[in-house]
Design a protein around this ligand. Sequence first.
Ligand SMILES: [Ca+2]
Ligand SMILES: [Ca+2]
Length: 435
Amino acid sequence: MLLSAAIVTTLLCFCSLLPASGQDCPSRQEIQGSLKQVQKLLSAHEASYLQSLHNLKKKINLLHSNAGKQTTRTTNSTCPKLDAPVNGRKLGKSQSIGHEVHFLCDPGYELVGSESRVCQESLTWSGQQTTCRDINECSSSPCLNGGTCVDEVNQFSCVCAKGWAGATCQSPVPTSTAAASTLPAATTGPFVRPSRCSIVQGTTHCTCEPGYTISGRDSVTCTDIDECELFHNGQAGRLCLHACVNTPGGYRCSCPVGYNVTRDGRSCKDIDECATRQNNCTKDQMCINTYGGFQCVRVECPKIPNATYVKTSPMRCERNPCPVDNKACSQTPNSFSYHYLAVVSNLSAPRVMFRVSALRPIGDTLRFSLLGGKQARRHFTVQRSDRVTGQLMLVTPVQGPASLEAEVEMSELEKRVQLGRYITKVTMFVSQYEF
Ligand SMILES: [Ca+2]
Ligand SMILES: [Ca+2]
């Protein structure tokens, strides 16, 4: 349009200047023809300009729409999240275009699908879905001699055909008695188990069930551990306080007759036959529970010259009243009491075993003394513990099984004249064992 205006202005100036130059002005027809030509020129320019404008608008629109698409892509330019495969791992977290993630499988599994995947322009991942598949250790047919392979995670086990043993059923089981007798006893029976083997990086590793160990004779055969032998003289103490019994895959403690194994499985506890009616004592006998057994006792009153006794309780005899002026009778013991003690062998000494007291002492003096033979004097002594009490002391340990008797005499005196004598008979049952 600027160009067209310039042309028109030039034409008008040209005409206005003509008279001054003294030349003739063009005719009216000539001017009209010129104006028509200028008009044509202007129309052509206008058309060209409009076309350019149209093209320019188109370009601007295209740019605008492209700019819009670019913005949309920027806000949503990640691929969908990929999970790690079951029994495997995913390396790399970025989900942006152009980024890669990698996959690994746990030992014992093999990778199926793509090991690496890339987030593409189309916002999808390249390659195939990745999974981890359990490697079939049985595929190489590791079980020999007709054994059946059982595939497990990262390992296999063989179920051997009859007559074969070992991790891969490689060892023949001796069938004839002659052959079996030439092998150690522990190579057959429940004390031998097949090991479980796995192949890690081409090397076979075999393990045993608890209580078994790989035997030196065959690296793939598990042999029971003899815990009783292994810990026989252990510093931490013996496994069992009495006897240890080795079992396939373990051990147990056993106790002698009359004892049960304690709850902790190591020690032994006496069975109370008297409380559990596991005794054969008759009605007129008393059952005394002892460590490792029991005793049936019957208290019989002593037969002493010049005096007669009567039972006043199951454990006590008292002298019948003496005739007047019968001095021999009045010097015999007024009463006999009976007591039974159960103790374990080798009980530490000295220790108090029994106490005798006068409930209502008469007279001015109480005297306590030990009666009985050599055996009693070797193990016991009697001491006064207070004014009215004497105690029977064990002075040396007693090795069981044994039963010891001791008699404690308590005398009452008044001005050195004896008023009464009271005998307490103590019987001590010592067990064979120290528990
Ligand atoms: Ca064992
Ligand atoms: Ca008992």
